[in-house]
Design a protein around this ligand. Sequence first.
Ligand SMILES: NC(=O)c1ccc[n+]([C@@H]2O[C@H](COP(=O)([O-])OP(=O)(O)OC[C@H]3O[C@@H](n4cnc5c(N)ncnc54)[C@H](O)[C@@H]3O)[C@@H](O)[C@H]2O)c1
Length: 522
Amino acid sequence: MSTLPPFANEPVLELRRAAVRAQLLDGMDRVAGRLPLRVPVTIGTDERTGAELLSTDPGEPERVVAVATRATDADVAAAVDEAERGFAAWRAVTAEDRAAALIRAAAWLRERRLEIAALEVRECAKPWPEADADVCEAIDFLEYYARGAIALDAGAELLQVPGERNDMHYAPRGVAAVISPWNFPLAIPCGMTAAALATGNAVVLKPAEQSPGCALMLVQALRASGVPASAISLLPGEGDAGAALVAHPKVETIAFTGSLPVGLEINRAAGTVAPGQRHIKRVVSELGGKNCVIVDSDADLDEAVPAIVSSAFVYAGQKCSAAARALVHEAIADQLIERLAGAVRVLVVGQADQLGTDVPPVIERSAQERVDRYAALARDHGRIVARVEEVPERGWFCPPTVAVDLPRDSPVLGEEIFGPLLAVDRVAGVEDACDIVDGLPYALTGGLFARDPATVRYVSERSPVGNLYVNRGITGAMVGRQPFGGNRLSGTGSKAGGPDYLRQFVEPRVVTENTMRHGLVV
Ligand SMILES: NC(=O)c1ccc[n+]([C@@H]2O[C@H](COP(=O)([O-])OP(=O)(O)OC[C@H]3O[C@@H](n4cnc5c(N)ncnc54)[C@H](O)[C@@H]3O)[C@@H](O)[C@H]2O)c1
């Protein structure tokens, strides 16, 4: 039996306190002295160097944050072999002892939370509150899955009848490939890795090419806390390293978070059974979104305006849960558009390390170009009602923009832009809004502002999204409180940070024993 206290979310820092802000700046000073970090390919205890991959500060692209080794196909093969060996030992560790290691890793991160948040500010231009929340979420995943794995290890209750004993338990699957994005550079790789390890699998982690430094922190935390080196290897690299990992016949489970095109490619590649392969790979994929907030005519606009603005523009719209469209009842559309435009015009676009910044730069040049392309389309096909042109010169900044009057078939309204561009559509009513949401291929998050409980019920029933938020912002899911993940083309997974997630990393086994005595063999 577990003696762990019940799970509780890690509290975020109180950034309004001057003393806390001073601590953050100290944390940044300590990190600055250590940059650039070296991130070798790390397979068991073997650290390999080779061709380099640089991660740079999106706000100061000349600043190198990490120098990583680019994993080769040979590294991928060696890492999977090591994980196969590591799996044999790690699966034999009890669920309680595996959980204890994850909880020590949570403590390791907690002790270093300021420095790790500072690294996220540098490597991914996460503003301080977002960086701090990401570290807290990583800690939450470790704590939550540690407890969940102990509970899962107890097995499931089955119907028992006289003369027969039925037992159902869950066994780890084997080698898990974890492939992560950069936008939650610690929490997302941590969640997928912690779930796989907690249930007894061995992990090969391929983090995003933009954030190898943050991934190194995770691997250090796990190894310093008793996870054997052979059970967690690190392969920095680009998409080709991820693809080689997915194709490897000894990989049993692939936990992927990232874009739809890559997710589809991984699902396709994972369906190929290599000669000699004796299992079907399981793919857990958490993908993109085109998230809509519906605003009914009776909505409280004092609540709706700040919530929509923060959902669309915090972290420059680079959260998978970010608001991309507002579907507004025509009776209040002019009023809402005017107020949204006013709120957006005063957003502060600036460097992530400045505490007053609302909108930091986007992750890289290609992201800036993509957002600019969609902004130009929005200008050509519709009307721009707010745009903050004053942005710093250096860094991958994009002006926060609100566009209206776009034709319903505009790519701006259907495709994931992943940047600070919000489109507002007028709708005839909530039913029309629900039809629009229902017509989208993505179904990740959504929002509703309305006062009538019947409207809330109607939208909840019709909404296909994985996470619907009512009368609040649509980002910031908390582990254990808002299990997170999308439907339709937004993912195959069953909710990170929720009660079903760990089952994807295990296989159920049932043993049925005839317990009638037939005499003893002597
Ligand atoms: N649903 C969610 O929970 C969630 C959370 C965060 C981000 N996202 C999505 O992630 C995207 C942004 O992240 P990104 O730009 O890092 O995504 P991405 O798909 O470009 O990359 C994600 C990871 O996949 C790797 N990769 C690229 N090509 C590959 C291939 N062919 N085979 C295997 N691996 C490959 C990358 O190197 C990286 O590690 C957005 O679409 C966003 O909506 C979704």
